[in-house]
Write a protein of this length. Structure first.
Length: 95
């Protein structure tokens, strides 16, 4: 069962724990808590899960909380789970 605490995302003095059957529900509960109790303005959970937000519009604390939540919950951007790498170019061996 996914779980996320205030300490997991380094929110000073926060003892809140969000626990649910899905990472999306844990995220929703944590976002609601951070908004109401810590005045951290985050996008809606659906926006966060869809990777549709513009992080440059968030203040530093919100950006850090957002990144830590995604990391702790194992949320990755679809299609970008693995970095794409160019093949290694090896020069031919001269004899």
């Amino acid at each position: 069962m996914p779980k996320l605490t205030g300490a997991d995302i380094n929110v000073s003095g926060c003892s809140f724990t969000a626990e649910a059957d899905t990472a999306g529900e844990v995220l929703r509960r944590m976002v609601e808590h951070l908004r109401s109790e810590h005045d951290i303005q985050l996008p809606d959970p659906e926006t966060i899960l869809g990777w549709d937000e513009d992080e440059t519009q968030l203040d530093r604390g919100a950006r850090l909380a957002l990144r830590r939540m995604r990391e702790r919950l194992g949320l990755t951007k679809k299609g970008l789970d693995e970095p794409k790498m160019d093949p290694i170019q090896v020069p031919p061996i001269e004899s």
